[in-house]
Design a protein around this ligand. Structure first.
Ligand code: SF4
Ligand code: SF4
Length: 155
């Protein structure tokens, strides 16, 4: 890959986003890849490569619609493995937050966020799920106080 120039403007943006600043300490050892479950199942996913793109400030690759970051399962294994305390998962979460600002998050994730804002849940509670809960002897699901949630979502 030929590198034209490093996009420091994007790196500054990542530095000022919670969890993103530690990307500066990555020395590309690859320890985060070995036990990464997403890397085991997807050839397109590699946390070391994501960190390399972050060091290059490759905004398009990391926050475009085809960004690989959405394949991360947030399992935090890489957080434990990284010898540089880069906390790769938190850099990836920071990149996801930047995507939300740019409205380039994947539609499925945006749908989940909209559902949480509207109902307080990521999945709809249907009459079937209510019935199944009753059969299993579980309590009724409580209604989420949306007005409390709205306060949390206020900027
Ligand atoms: S994030 Fe940490 S473990 Fe992964 S390549 Fe960089 S220094 Fe190595
Ligand atoms: S948090 Fe993401 S990048 Fe880190 S090990 Fe888990 S799936 Fe891989």
């Amino acid at each position: 890959m030929q590198i034209k120039s490093i996009n420091y403007r994007f790196r500054e943006k990542l530095n000022s986003t919670l969890g993103g600043e530690a990307h500066n300490f990555c020395y590309q050892c690859g320890a985060c890849v070995g036990d990464c479950p997403a890397a085991m199942y997807s050839e397109d996913f590699n946390p070391r490569e994501i960190l390399l793109q972050a060091l290059l400030g490759n905004e398009d690759a990391l926050t475009g619609e085809d960004s690989p970051i959405w394949n991360c399962t947030n399992c935090y294994t890489c957080y434990e493995r990284c010898p540089q305390a880069v906390r790769p998962v938190e850099v990836i979460i920071a990149l996801k937050n930047i995507c939300f600002e740019k409205v380039t998050s994947v539609p499925e994730v945006r749908e989940l966020v909209n559902s949480v804002k509207a109902t307080g849940r990521t999945v709809k509670i249907t009459s079937l799920s209510d019935r199944r809960r009753k059969e299993l002897g579980l309590k009724e699901v409580k209604i989420v106080p949306i007005e409390e949630l709205e306060k949390l979502f206020e900027p």
